[in-house]
Design a protein around this ligand. Sequence first.
Ligand SMILES: *Cc1c(COP(=O)(O)O)cnc(C)c1O
Length: 419
Amino acid sequence: MSGSAIWHPFTQHGLGEPIPLVDRAEGAALFTADGRRIVDAISSWWVTTHGHAHPRIAAAVADQARKLDQIIFAGWTHEPAETLAAGLRAIMPPALTRVFFSDSGSTSVEVALKMALGYWLDRGERRHRILVLEHGYHGDTIGAMSVGARGVFNRAYSPLLFEVESIPFPVAGREQATLDALDRACRGGAAAFIVEPLLLGAGGMLIYSPATLAEMRRICAHHDVLFIADEVMTAWGRTGTLLACEQAGIVPDILCLSKGLTGGAVPLAVTMATEPIYAAHYGTDRARMFFHSSSYTANPVACAAANANLAIWREEPVLDRITDLARRQADRLAALETLPTVANARRIGTITAVEIDDGEGYLSDLAPRLTAVFRQHDVLLRPLGNTVYVMPPYCIDDDDLDLIYDSIAEAVAAISPVA
Ligand SMILES: *Cc1c(COP(=O)(O)O)cnc(C)c1O
Protein backbone atom coordinates (compact mmCIF):
# COMPACT_ATOMS: atom_id res chain seq x y z
CA MET A 1 0.00 0.00 0.00
CA SER A 2 1.88 3.04 -1.17
CA GLY A 3 1.09 6.16 0.79
CA SER A 4 0.71 4.32 4.09
CA ALA A 5 2.46 5.91 7.07
CA ILE A 6 2.94 2.54 8.73
CA TRP A 7 6.45 1.33 9.60
CA HIS A 8 6.11 -2.47 9.73
CA PRO A 9 8.03 -4.82 12.04
CA PHE A 10 10.78 -7.00 10.54
CA THR A 11 10.10 -5.40 7.15
CA GLN A 12 12.60 -3.75 4.80
CA HIS A 13 10.36 -1.20 3.15
CA GLY A 14 13.06 -0.33 0.64
CA LEU A 15 12.58 -3.69 -1.11
CA GLY A 16 9.05 -2.73 -2.09
CA GLU A 17 7.67 -6.17 -1.32
CA PRO A 18 3.87 -6.37 -1.39
CA ILE A 19 2.06 -5.83 1.92
CA PRO A 20 -1.39 -7.40 1.51
CA LEU A 21 -4.38 -5.76 3.16
CA VAL A 22 -6.32 -8.37 5.15
CA ASP A 23 -9.84 -7.54 6.20
CA ARG A 24 -11.25 -10.79 7.57
CA ALA A 25 -10.13 -14.13 8.95
CA GLU A 26 -11.89 -17.36 9.82
CA GLY A 27 -10.46 -20.68 10.96
CA ALA A 28 -7.22 -21.25 9.05
CA ALA A 29 -7.98 -18.66 6.36
CA LEU A 30 -7.22 -14.98 5.86
CA PHE A 31 -9.26 -12.98 3.35
CA THR A 32 -7.63 -10.02 1.61
CA ALA A 33 -9.29 -6.84 0.46
CA ASP A 34 -8.52 -7.81 -3.16
CA GLY A 35 -10.55 -11.02 -2.80
CA ARG A 36 -7.91 -13.66 -2.12
CA ARG A 37 -8.22 -16.49 0.40
CA ILE A 38 -4.84 -17.13 2.06
CA VAL A 39 -4.07 -20.25 4.13
CA ASP A 40 -2.45 -19.20 7.40
CA ALA A 41 0.24 -21.90 7.63
CA ILE A 42 2.11 -20.23 10.52
CA SER A 43 -0.83 -19.34 12.75
CA SER A 44 -0.17 -15.63 12.22
CA TRP A 45 3.30 -15.90 13.69
CA TRP A 46 2.62 -18.75 16.13
CA VAL A 47 -0.30 -17.31 18.08
CA THR A 48 -3.57 -18.65 16.62
CA THR A 49 -4.33 -22.06 18.14
CA HIS A 50 -8.03 -22.97 17.68
CA GLY A 51 -8.48 -20.83 14.56
CA HIS A 52 -9.13 -17.20 13.68
CA ALA A 53 -12.26 -15.42 14.88
CA HIS A 54 -13.22 -18.35 17.10
CA PRO A 55 -16.89 -17.82 18.03
CA ARG A 56 -16.42 -18.55 21.75
CA ILE A 57 -13.42 -16.24 22.08
CA ALA A 58 -14.98 -13.49 19.96
CA ALA A 59 -18.17 -13.60 22.07
CA ALA A 60 -16.19 -13.44 25.31
CA VAL A 61 -14.28 -10.38 24.05
CA ALA A 62 -17.48 -8.61 22.96
CA ASP A 63 -19.29 -9.32 26.24
CA GLN A 64 -16.38 -8.25 28.40
CA ALA A 65 -15.77 -5.04 26.39
CA ARG A 66 -19.31 -3.92 27.22
CA LYS A 67 -18.99 -4.80 30.92
CA LEU A 68 -15.53 -3.69 32.09
CA ASP A 69 -12.98 -2.64 29.50
CA GLN A 70 -9.96 -1.64 31.57
CA ILE A 71 -9.02 -1.02 35.20
CA ILE A 72 -5.81 -0.23 37.04
CA PHE A 73 -4.43 -3.54 38.38
CA ALA A 74 -2.14 -2.24 41.13
CA GLY A 75 -4.30 -2.67 44.21
CA TRP A 76 -7.47 -3.54 42.25
CA THR A 77 -8.81 -6.77 40.79
CA HIS A 78 -11.62 -8.08 38.61
CA GLU A 79 -13.49 -11.29 37.92
CA PRO A 80 -11.89 -12.19 34.53
CA ALA A 81 -8.38 -12.00 36.05
CA GLU A 82 -9.39 -13.98 39.15
CA THR A 83 -11.09 -16.64 37.01
CA LEU A 84 -8.05 -16.84 34.75
CA ALA A 85 -5.58 -17.14 37.62
CA ALA A 86 -7.70 -19.92 39.15
CA GLY A 87 -8.06 -21.60 35.76
CA LEU A 88 -4.31 -21.54 35.18
CA ARG A 89 -3.69 -22.92 38.66
CA ALA A 90 -6.03 -25.79 37.83
CA ILE A 91 -4.23 -26.89 34.64
CA MET A 92 -0.62 -25.80 35.17
CA PRO A 93 1.81 -27.65 37.49
CA PRO A 94 0.69 -27.23 41.14
CA ALA A 95 4.09 -25.90 42.24
CA LEU A 96 3.50 -22.77 40.13
CA THR A 97 1.29 -21.06 42.67
CA ARG A 98 1.49 -17.42 41.56
CA VAL A 99 0.31 -15.66 38.41
CA PHE A 100 1.75 -12.30 37.30
CA PHE A 101 0.18 -10.62 34.28
CA SER A 102 1.79 -8.66 31.45
CA ASP A 103 1.12 -8.04 27.78
CA SER A 104 3.51 -9.95 25.52
CA GLY A 105 6.00 -12.78 25.43
CA SER A 106 8.85 -10.31 25.72
CA THR A 107 7.41 -8.69 28.83
CA SER A 108 6.71 -12.09 30.39
CA VAL A 109 10.44 -12.79 30.00
CA GLU A 110 11.43 -9.40 31.44
CA VAL A 111 9.18 -10.17 34.42
CA ALA A 112 10.75 -13.62 34.84
CA LEU A 113 14.27 -12.16 34.87
CA LYS A 114 13.28 -9.47 37.37
CA MET A 115 11.60 -12.05 39.61
CA ALA A 116 14.76 -14.15 39.57
CA LEU A 117 16.94 -11.21 40.58
CA GLY A 118 14.48 -10.15 43.27
CA TYR A 119 14.63 -13.69 44.63
CA TRP A 120 18.43 -13.61 44.94
CA LEU A 121 18.45 -10.12 46.45
CA ASP A 122 16.11 -11.38 49.17
CA ARG A 123 18.37 -14.37 49.81
CA GLY A 124 21.25 -11.96 50.32
CA GLU A 125 23.30 -13.54 47.54
CA ARG A 126 24.69 -11.35 44.84
CA ARG A 127 23.72 -13.59 41.95
CA HIS A 128 22.74 -11.90 38.73
CA ARG A 129 24.37 -13.90 35.95
CA ILE A 130 21.87 -15.44 33.52
CA LEU A 131 22.59 -18.64 31.61
CA VAL A 132 21.03 -19.07 28.18
CA LEU A 133 20.87 -21.72 25.48
CA GLU A 134 22.64 -21.11 22.17
CA HIS A 135 20.24 -20.08 19.33
CA GLY A 136 17.58 -19.08 21.89
CA TYR A 137 14.96 -16.41 21.29
CA HIS A 138 13.03 -14.68 24.04
CA GLY A 139 11.71 -11.47 22.53
CA ASP A 140 12.77 -8.05 21.25
CA THR A 141 12.95 -5.80 24.30
CA ILE A 142 16.45 -5.07 25.62
CA GLY A 143 16.35 -7.65 28.42
CA ALA A 144 14.75 -10.32 26.25
CA MET A 145 17.30 -9.64 23.49
CA SER A 146 20.11 -9.90 26.03
CA VAL A 147 19.17 -13.48 26.85
CA GLY A 148 18.61 -14.39 23.18
CA ALA A 149 20.99 -15.19 20.34
CA ARG A 150 23.08 -12.29 19.05
CA GLY A 151 23.14 -11.54 15.34
CA VAL A 152 22.42 -9.01 12.62
CA PHE A 153 18.95 -8.42 14.09
CA ASN A 154 20.35 -6.95 17.32
CA ARG A 155 23.79 -5.74 16.22
CA ALA A 156 22.86 -2.07 16.60
CA TYR A 157 21.78 -2.58 20.20
CA SER A 158 24.57 -4.88 21.35
CA PRO A 159 26.28 -2.17 23.47
CA LEU A 160 23.12 -2.09 25.62
CA LEU A 161 22.66 -5.85 25.98
CA PHE A 162 23.82 -7.34 29.27
CA GLU A 163 26.32 -10.18 29.39
CA VAL A 164 25.08 -13.75 29.64
CA GLU A 165 26.72 -17.15 29.49
CA SER A 166 25.63 -19.22 26.51
CA ILE A 167 25.37 -23.02 26.77
CA PRO A 168 25.82 -24.91 23.47
CA PHE A 169 22.65 -26.22 21.85
CA PRO A 170 22.17 -29.97 22.59
CA VAL A 171 22.74 -31.33 19.10
CA ALA A 172 21.52 -34.95 18.85
CA GLY A 173 24.34 -37.27 19.91
CA ARG A 174 26.31 -34.47 21.57
CA GLU A 175 23.98 -33.71 24.47
CA GLN A 176 26.58 -34.49 27.09
CA ALA A 177 28.66 -31.48 26.00
CA THR A 178 25.64 -29.25 26.70
CA LEU A 179 25.03 -30.83 30.09
CA ASP A 180 28.68 -30.54 31.08
CA ALA A 181 28.77 -26.87 30.03
CA LEU A 182 25.59 -26.17 31.99
CA ASP A 183 27.00 -27.90 35.05
CA ARG A 184 30.21 -25.86 34.84
CA ALA A 185 28.29 -22.60 34.38
CA CYS A 186 26.01 -23.40 37.33
CA ARG A 187 29.02 -24.03 39.57
CA GLY A 188 30.04 -20.45 38.81
CA GLY A 189 26.94 -19.33 40.71
CA ALA A 190 24.30 -18.18 38.26
CA ALA A 191 20.95 -16.56 39.11
CA ALA A 192 18.91 -18.42 36.51
CA PHE A 193 18.92 -20.48 33.34
CA ILE A 194 16.33 -19.50 30.72
CA VAL A 195 15.34 -21.99 28.06
CA GLU A 196 12.76 -22.75 25.39
CA PRO A 197 11.68 -26.33 26.28
CA LEU A 198 12.13 -28.97 23.53
CA LEU A 199 11.96 -26.53 20.61
CA LEU A 200 13.92 -23.38 19.78
CA GLY A 201 11.51 -21.49 17.55
CA ALA A 202 13.03 -18.35 16.05
CA GLY A 203 16.47 -19.97 16.28
CA GLY A 204 15.44 -22.25 13.41
CA MET A 205 12.86 -24.77 14.72
CA LEU A 206 15.60 -26.77 16.47
CA ILE A 207 14.32 -29.76 18.42
CA TYR A 208 16.04 -31.50 21.32
CA SER A 209 15.06 -34.43 23.51
CA PRO A 210 12.87 -34.49 26.63
CA ALA A 211 15.64 -36.48 28.36
CA THR A 212 18.06 -33.59 27.81
CA LEU A 213 15.51 -31.08 29.07
CA ALA A 214 14.95 -33.20 32.19
CA GLU A 215 18.69 -33.42 32.79
CA MET A 216 19.16 -29.65 32.35
CA ARG A 217 16.43 -29.07 34.91
CA ARG A 218 18.07 -31.52 37.34
CA ILE A 219 21.46 -29.80 37.03
CA CYS A 220 19.94 -26.37 37.75
CA ALA A 221 18.07 -27.70 40.79
CA HIS A 222 21.26 -29.33 42.06
CA HIS A 223 23.09 -25.97 41.99
CA ASP A 224 20.13 -23.85 43.17
CA VAL A 225 20.03 -22.05 39.83
CA LEU A 226 16.47 -20.94 39.00
CA PHE A 227 15.02 -22.65 35.94
CA ILE A 228 12.95 -20.35 33.70
CA ALA A 229 10.89 -22.13 31.04
CA ASP A 230 9.97 -19.77 28.20
CA GLU A 231 6.91 -21.58 26.86
CA VAL A 232 5.65 -18.49 25.03
CA MET A 233 5.66 -20.49 21.79
CA THR A 234 5.74 -24.13 22.93
CA ALA A 235 2.73 -24.08 25.28
CA TRP A 236 -0.95 -24.55 24.50
CA GLY A 237 -0.44 -27.80 22.66
CA ARG A 238 2.05 -26.65 20.04
CA THR A 239 4.51 -29.44 20.85
CA GLY A 240 1.79 -32.07 21.38
CA THR A 241 1.11 -31.51 25.08
CA LEU A 242 -0.31 -28.53 26.98
CA LEU A 243 3.24 -27.63 28.06
CA ALA A 244 6.42 -28.91 26.43
CA CYS A 245 7.85 -29.36 29.96
CA GLU A 246 5.27 -32.11 30.54
CA GLN A 247 7.06 -34.40 28.08
CA ALA A 248 10.19 -34.23 30.23
CA GLY A 249 8.21 -34.59 33.46
CA ILE A 250 9.67 -31.34 34.80
CA VAL A 251 8.33 -28.22 36.50
CA PRO A 252 10.22 -24.93 36.16
CA ASP A 253 10.63 -22.34 38.92
CA ILE A 254 9.26 -19.68 36.58
CA LEU A 255 7.06 -20.20 33.52
CA CYS A 256 6.41 -17.67 30.71
CA LEU A 257 3.16 -17.94 28.72
CA SER A 258 1.74 -15.70 26.03
CA LYS A 259 0.99 -16.33 22.30
CA GLY A 260 -1.72 -19.05 22.59
CA LEU A 261 -2.91 -17.90 26.03
CA THR A 262 -5.89 -16.07 24.47
CA GLY A 263 -6.13 -18.56 21.62
CA GLY A 264 -4.13 -15.95 19.74
CA ALA A 265 -6.96 -13.42 19.59
CA VAL A 266 -5.65 -10.54 21.72
CA PRO A 267 -2.35 -9.81 23.48
CA LEU A 268 -1.83 -11.10 27.01
CA ALA A 269 0.96 -12.83 28.92
CA VAL A 270 1.53 -14.36 32.31
CA THR A 271 4.62 -15.28 34.26
CA MET A 272 3.91 -18.03 36.78
CA ALA A 273 6.19 -18.56 39.76
CA THR A 274 6.66 -20.93 42.67
CA GLU A 275 5.89 -19.93 46.24
CA PRO A 276 9.54 -19.28 47.26
CA ILE A 277 9.87 -16.67 44.48
CA TYR A 278 6.66 -14.99 45.59
CA ALA A 279 7.73 -15.24 49.23
CA ALA A 280 10.98 -13.42 48.44
CA HIS A 281 8.90 -10.36 47.54
CA TYR A 282 6.34 -10.78 50.35
CA GLY A 283 6.32 -8.93 53.67
CA THR A 284 5.42 -5.58 55.18
CA ASP A 285 8.37 -3.78 53.63
CA ARG A 286 7.23 -1.82 50.56
CA ALA A 287 10.79 -1.81 49.22
CA ARG A 288 10.47 -5.57 48.64
CA MET A 289 7.32 -5.52 46.50
CA PHE A 290 7.66 -6.59 42.89
CA PHE A 291 8.34 -3.43 40.92
CA HIS A 292 6.78 -4.14 37.56
CA SER A 293 3.63 -2.89 35.91
CA SER A 294 2.32 -1.86 32.54
CA SER A 295 -0.76 0.22 31.86
CA TYR A 296 -2.77 -2.71 30.56
CA THR A 297 -1.68 -5.34 33.10
CA ALA A 298 -4.40 -8.05 33.18
CA ASN A 299 -6.67 -6.12 30.83
CA PRO A 300 -10.18 -7.54 31.46
CA VAL A 301 -10.99 -8.02 27.76
CA ALA A 302 -7.76 -9.96 27.22
CA CYS A 303 -8.42 -12.04 30.37
CA ALA A 304 -11.92 -12.84 29.09
CA ALA A 305 -10.42 -14.10 25.83
CA ALA A 306 -7.97 -16.27 27.80
CA ASN A 307 -10.84 -17.63 29.91
CA ALA A 308 -12.66 -18.61 26.72
CA ASN A 309 -9.46 -20.35 25.58
CA LEU A 310 -9.28 -22.27 28.86
CA ALA A 311 -12.94 -23.25 28.53
CA ILE A 312 -12.21 -24.62 25.04
CA TRP A 313 -9.35 -26.67 26.48
CA ARG A 314 -11.61 -27.97 29.28
CA GLU A 315 -14.68 -28.74 27.17
CA GLU A 316 -13.43 -29.66 23.70
CA PRO A 317 -11.12 -32.48 22.53
CA VAL A 318 -8.21 -30.12 21.83
CA LEU A 319 -5.49 -32.71 22.44
CA ASP A 320 -7.23 -35.13 20.06
CA ARG A 321 -7.23 -32.42 17.38
CA ILE A 322 -3.54 -31.83 17.98
CA THR A 323 -2.70 -35.54 17.77
CA ASP A 324 -4.73 -35.82 14.58
CA LEU A 325 -3.03 -32.75 13.04
CA ALA A 326 0.37 -34.19 13.97
CA ARG A 327 -0.48 -37.46 12.20
CA ARG A 328 -1.82 -35.72 9.09
CA GLN A 329 1.29 -33.55 8.89
CA ALA A 330 3.60 -36.55 9.36
CA ASP A 331 2.23 -38.12 6.15
CA ARG A 332 2.75 -34.95 4.15
CA LEU A 333 6.20 -34.36 5.60
CA ALA A 334 7.20 -37.90 4.62
CA ALA A 335 6.26 -37.12 1.01
CA LEU A 336 8.12 -33.80 1.05
CA GLU A 337 11.19 -35.47 2.48
CA THR A 338 11.63 -37.57 -0.66
CA LEU A 339 12.51 -34.46 -2.71
CA PRO A 340 16.26 -34.29 -3.40
CA THR A 341 16.84 -30.74 -2.14
CA VAL A 342 14.86 -31.22 1.09
CA ALA A 343 16.90 -32.20 4.13
CA ASN A 344 16.64 -32.61 7.88
CA ALA A 345 12.85 -33.12 7.99
CA ARG A 346 11.66 -32.98 11.57
CA ARG A 347 8.48 -32.54 13.53
CA ILE A 348 7.18 -32.05 17.04
CA GLY A 349 3.49 -31.86 17.89
CA THR A 350 1.76 -29.55 15.41
CA ILE A 351 5.01 -28.25 13.88
CA THR A 352 7.03 -29.57 10.95
CA ALA A 353 10.24 -28.15 9.48
CA VAL A 354 12.66 -28.89 6.65
CA GLU A 355 15.88 -27.40 5.34
CA ILE A 356 15.95 -26.42 1.67
CA ASP A 357 19.29 -26.81 -0.07
CA ASP A 358 19.40 -24.81 -3.28
CA GLY A 359 22.78 -26.20 -4.24
CA GLU A 360 24.72 -23.12 -3.23
CA GLY A 361 24.59 -23.56 0.51
CA TYR A 362 22.98 -20.90 2.60
CA LEU A 363 21.86 -17.96 0.49
CA SER A 364 20.51 -14.89 2.18
CA ASP A 365 17.93 -14.37 -0.56
CA LEU A 366 16.52 -17.91 -0.43
CA ALA A 367 13.77 -17.05 2.05
CA PRO A 368 12.31 -14.17 0.00
CA ARG A 369 12.44 -16.28 -3.18
CA LEU A 370 10.53 -19.07 -1.46
CA THR A 371 8.11 -16.57 0.06
CA ALA A 372 7.34 -15.19 -3.39
CA VAL A 373 6.29 -18.66 -4.59
CA PHE A 374 4.19 -19.22 -1.46
CA ARG A 375 2.51 -15.88 -2.07
CA GLN A 376 1.57 -16.94 -5.63
CA HIS A 377 -0.09 -20.00 -4.11
CA ASP A 378 -1.98 -17.92 -1.53
CA VAL A 379 -0.18 -19.59 1.34
CA LEU A 380 1.26 -17.63 4.28
CA LEU A 381 4.63 -19.18 5.10
CA ARG A 382 7.64 -17.24 6.35
CA PRO A 383 10.88 -19.25 6.15
CA LEU A 384 13.66 -18.74 8.70
CA GLY A 385 16.69 -18.55 6.39
CA ASN A 386 16.60 -21.86 4.51
CA THR A 387 14.29 -23.47 7.08
CA VAL A 388 10.68 -23.82 5.96
CA TYR A 389 8.33 -24.71 8.77
CA VAL A 390 4.59 -25.30 9.03
CA MET A 391 2.67 -24.43 12.20
CA PRO A 392 -1.04 -24.23 11.36
CA PRO A 393 -4.05 -23.55 13.58
CA TYR A 394 -5.43 -26.81 15.01
CA CYS A 395 -8.67 -26.50 12.98
CA ILE A 396 -6.97 -26.72 9.56
CA ASP A 397 -8.57 -29.23 7.14
CA ASP A 398 -6.91 -31.65 4.71
CA ASP A 399 -7.47 -29.48 1.64
CA ASP A 400 -5.64 -26.56 3.21
CA LEU A 401 -2.82 -28.82 4.43
CA ASP A 402 -2.46 -30.13 0.86
CA LEU A 403 -2.29 -26.55 -0.42
CA ILE A 404 0.52 -25.78 2.03
CA TYR A 405 2.63 -28.87 1.30
CA ASP A 406 2.02 -28.63 -2.48
CA SER A 407 3.18 -25.01 -2.41
CA ILE A 408 6.35 -26.02 -0.55
CA ALA A 409 7.05 -28.77 -3.13
CA GLU A 410 6.54 -26.27 -5.95
CA ALA A 411 8.70 -23.64 -4.28
CA VAL A 412 11.45 -26.23 -3.86
CA ALA A 413 11.18 -27.14 -7.55
CA ALA A 414 11.22 -23.46 -8.55
CA ILE A 415 14.45 -22.67 -6.71
CA SER A 416 16.26 -25.96 -7.32
CA PRO A 417 19.51 -25.86 -9.29
CA VAL A 418 18.99 -26.88 -12.92
CA ALA A 419 20.20 -30.46 -13.34
C1 LIG B 1 7.54 -15.01 20.30
C2 LIG B 1 8.38 -15.37 21.45
C3 LIG B 1 8.68 -14.44 22.45
C4 LIG B 1 8.28 -13.00 22.37
O1 LIG B 1 6.89 -12.85 22.41
P1 LIG B 1 6.26 -11.47 21.91
O2 LIG B 1 4.81 -11.60 22.26
O3 LIG B 1 6.51 -11.42 20.44
O4 LIG B 1 6.95 -10.39 22.64
C5 LIG B 1 9.40 -14.88 23.56
N1 LIG B 1 9.81 -16.15 23.65
C6 LIG B 1 9.57 -17.06 22.69
C7 LIG B 1 10.04 -18.47 22.87
C8 LIG B 1 8.85 -16.71 21.55
O5 LIG B 1 8.64 -17.60 20.58
